[in-house]
Write a protein that binds this ligand. Sequence first.
Ligand code: G3P
Ligand code: MG
Length: 228
Amino acid sequence: MSKCLVIGHRGAKAYVPENTLESIQHALDFKVDGIEIDVHCCASGELVVFHDFTLDRMTNGEGELAKHTLSELKTLKVAQQFAIPTLNEVLNLIDKTCLLNIELKGKGTAIATCKTIQHYIETHGWQYSDFLVSSFQHQELETVFKVNKDIPLGVLTKANMVEAIVFAKTINAKAIHPGAAIVTRDNVKLAQSKGYDVNVWTVNDEETINRMKDYGVNAIISDNPDRL
Ligand code: G3P
Ligand code: MG
């Protein structure tokens, strides 16, 4: 059985506020195999690393993130002290030291993400295998697949592994990314028998970590990557 990879969720969310460079650095310090981040397009076109569609929960700003330019977003504080990073800043920090799982949140993120990945492959020595682009939004994944068939894709699902497996075939995905609540030994086996990795989120407690490892999942995405 291959090793179960450890992927830090939004960096190391349990220790440092999510999706910040500091959280990502904390995960890197744990020697994770990968880091998961969320991306949106902001009003000036750049990709920024942030989970929510609105600014209210995590920053001192308010309203829809997509209506703000990068320079406006850069004036805000995440959890009173951190900055909202761009995808480029995250790539420069990680600098090929681990896998980067980019979760496409907002509409229109696919094309900008493809361009960024291509740029980092051509000019910074990254490889396609350093990336995994995932989304709950099938349309964004289809766009990535149309634009660049070499980018590894993951189909996110919180509801139905079988539907995700059916969709995965249409975009030649590398992996299924199910929420832990829907994972069973049988559906892990089914996905893997069809050639897909199973990367499960968000698994933080010891009992579930051990159960997922026992099922033979390929990766665990965790707020507490050190527990793995
Ligand atoms: O990519 C795994 C996980 O992050 C999906 O859900 O809401 O935490 O982005 P969410
Ligand atoms: Mg996510």
